[in-house]
Design a protein around this ligand. Sequence first.
Ligand SMILES: C=CC1=C(C)c2cc3[nH]c(cc4nc(cc5[nH]c(cc1n2)c(C)c5CCC(=O)O)C(CCC(=O)O)=C4C)c(C)c3C=C
Ligand SMILES: [Fe+2]
Length: 419
Amino acid sequence: MTSKHDEKWYNKKISRRDMLKLTGAGVAGVAIGATGLGGVMKAMGQDVFEVVADDSTTENKVNFYGTHQSGIATPVQKHIYFASLNVLFTSKAELQALLQKWTPLMVRLMNGELMVDHATNVRVPTGDTGEASGLDASNLTITVGVGPSLFSKLNMKQLQPKALKDLPHFPKDQLQENLTGGDLCIQACADDPQVAFHAVRNLVRAASGLVEIHWSQAGFNSFPANEGTPRNLFAFKDGTGNPLVTDKKAMNEIVWVQDGWLKNGTYLVARPIQMHLETWDRTSLKDQEATFGRHRESGAPIGKTDEFADFDIEEKDLEGKYIIPETSHVHLAVKSGAKMLRRSFSYASGVLSKTGTHDAGLLFISFQQDPAQFIAVQNSLGRLDKMNEYITHRGSAVFACFPGVEKGSYLGEALFNSL
Ligand SMILES: C=CC1=C(C)c2cc3[nH]c(cc4nc(cc5[nH]c(cc1n2)c(C)c5CCC(=O)O)C(CCC(=O)O)=C4C)c(C)c3C=C
Ligand SMILES: [Fe+2]
């Protein structure tokens, strides 16, 4: 970890005289004013960025460095602040500079540190917005991804993975432009909502003039005392059928990309889905259970008592009816044969003025090796899913999430090395 009072050598302002010594007369025209040595070395074609270490002494901390980005296979937290951003620049070099700038800041945030150590000049705005001061790391994870639109904007389509394209329109979609797409995403999850929000706010602030927020959504999860599966706003346990994140083989088959610059990364699908709570609350428990194919209280498949009991969607009762109803959400999801890791959060964002009903639902998030997995499940749910009576898909976005970062490297380095 960098010491709280160490000024980074490459961020130190240098004199014009020193710089001329460093760069020689050949680099005339390099802007000197506010730039530090990092800027000079970058102008000389050197990659220089600050390296900050994970602080092993921090409580409630998730490590930044590793094979995979955090916030995917790491334990699910209570809160999310998800932001989809559009970039205002047009070159790959500016993207690289942004990711090099964000990398040490992300480590600091996940260490529970502020963006800068302390305010040194009270006459200018502070380097950190300050609302996380005194709060701990709260298991903050930050996951960054790039959307299909980024590659055309930055004229780097040759680097766009084949699988990274806008999701198709699904029959019952009622998508809003202000909840759809994005060039970049930042998924910040933490056990404190203010820590998650602070992370996104400050990363966006650090990219002032380079990015703008296209859409964002806060969400929450509540865990029972025994740390069991959280319930969604329809009161059903949500996440039971997920692959085990500790099962390396399953994760390599379902979640992690196996080759190319995205190796050890994954695809994130985000779908803000409105849930019509008032309609749901008028539905009998029997119909609610038939909607999911699971029991509400235990989360067990219909006819069983254990949440994690195996079930066979083909199994029929004595009258020849499917035990897990044919139009139930789980029956159709399993029938697709495709798998994914879901990491969704509920949201409640006030009232819809047109209808006077709750503006509430699920920020559905799934991670998969190929967005085709999501498409296969969604197509299987299609028009048949009994849950369609109670939900409306309002937004849609897909992002390729970079592989994890090794210390000394920066977020997305493999993309820039893959030319
Ligand atoms: C296209 C993918 C999926 C969307 C969109 C989706 C929306 C959605 N789901 C729930 C609630 C539950 N989903 C459950 C299981 C489940 N859902 C999907 C996929 C999508 N869900 C899958 C792949 C599965 C797992 C199937 C299996 O293998 O068993 C369940 C049951 C419990 C569980 O396994 O998590 C619930 C409950 C809502 C409310 C929702 C949109 C608002
Ligand atoms: Fe589902």
